[in-house]
Design a protein around this ligand. Structure first.
Ligand code: KMH
Ligand code: ZN
Length: 302
């Protein structure tokens, strides 16, 4: 039987701003439609952030998430994954609010404090409709995405009480060692869903050797106690997904991570990126995982 690959789709995030692409979902209706379209195209997991519908600014209030979670749950069986990263400008309590309130099957967990360079996008995108966009990007030159050991442990213990498991976002090799430390202390239980992030300025690069090194290290630390997934930022999205799928991994796509389908061509929807990665997976002779397959392999509460 062919191996099954879990596709996660991260539909809007907090990296891109609305002026960058007309296809970035912003309103609750757009976020719901994007998540439903992604699930219909083959995503087993939808990773969700919320935005203010007027300005597109990341909004981590429970009210903002409430406007789309119900319809997504009603119209799909996809695993719902709520961000605890929010955006790098938000404080920890604010970031944790929606996951603590809605108790999803999965929440993201960022495994280290880091620089998170959004400002290089200013070279490409120069016209902004909303006042917050340019300072948000510019400000990343001197902003820390704070995820201390205490922060990580606080998210782990709060969400674990609710039966929520984690998309463990590892932006560098050291983050795998932090996961190993937390596992040794018993504050996170296997199987670990390791989302290796490649190509964020401040984290590991997108070279195929970086992908190999991440997998080799995770294999050594966690053996069969983890499920590996990758996301490549921007133009690295599909090449890294293809490499990882061929190496036994799972994949994440979505407009949170890349606005593009290929060079010079915006993705017109999240579903379009899901279809593109699905074609790669199926052409490798693999199958896509259903939400139920994902629940079984990640041992989710369902
Ligand atoms: N934006 C991605 C690189 C989170 O939401 O917690 C990682 C992410 C973070 O999805
Ligand atoms: Zn996210």
């Amino acid at each position: 039987m062919a191996r099954k690959v879990i596709i996660t789709c991260a539909v809007t995030g907090a990296i891109h701003t609305p002026s960058m692409s007309p296809h970035l979902p912003v309103t609750p209706e757009e976020i719901a439609d994007a998540a439903i379209g992604a699930a219909e195209a083959g995503a087993a997991i939808v990773h969700l952030h919320a935005r203010d519908p007027q300005t597109g600014k990341p909004d981590q209030s429970t009210a903002a998430f409430d406007k789309f979670l119900g319809v997504i749950k009603q119209r799909t069986s996809a695993v719902v994954n709520i961000t605890t990263g929010g955006s790098p400008t938000m404080a920890l309590e604010e970031r944790l609010g929606p996951a603590a309130h809605f108790k999803p099957e999965v929440a993201s967990l960022n495994m280290g404090t880091m620089n998170f360079g959004l400002y290089p996008m200013l070279a490409r995108f120069k016209e902004f409709k909303h006042d917050w966009e340019k300072p948000y990007l510019e400000g990343s030159r001197d902003r820390i995405f704070k995820n201390t050991f205490a922060d990580i442990e606080y998210i782990l213990t709060t969400c674990a009480e609710n039966g929520t498991r984690f998309e463990v976002e590892c932006y560098d090799i050291g983050h795998l060692y932090t996961l190993s430390h937390m596992a040794d202390r018993g504050v996170i239980k296997p199987p670990f869903f390791v989302q290796s992030v490649f190509g964020i300025l401040g984290g590991i690069g997108p070279h195929p050797e970086d992908v190999m090194h991440m997998k080799r290290t995770a294999d050594r630390l966690f053996g069969d106690q983890y499920r590996w997934s990758v996301l490549g930022a921007g133009r690295n999205q599909l090449p890294i997904a293809a490499q990882a799928a061929a190496m036994g991994g799972n994949v994440r796509v979505g407009l949170e991570d890349s606005l593009w389908l290929k060079a010079g061509r915006f993705a017109e929807s999240n579903a379009e990126q899901v279809r593109a990665v699905r074609a790669i997976i199926e052409n490798l002779g693999l199958e896509i995982a259903t939400p139920e397959d994902a629940r079984a392999t990640l041992e989710l509460k369902g």
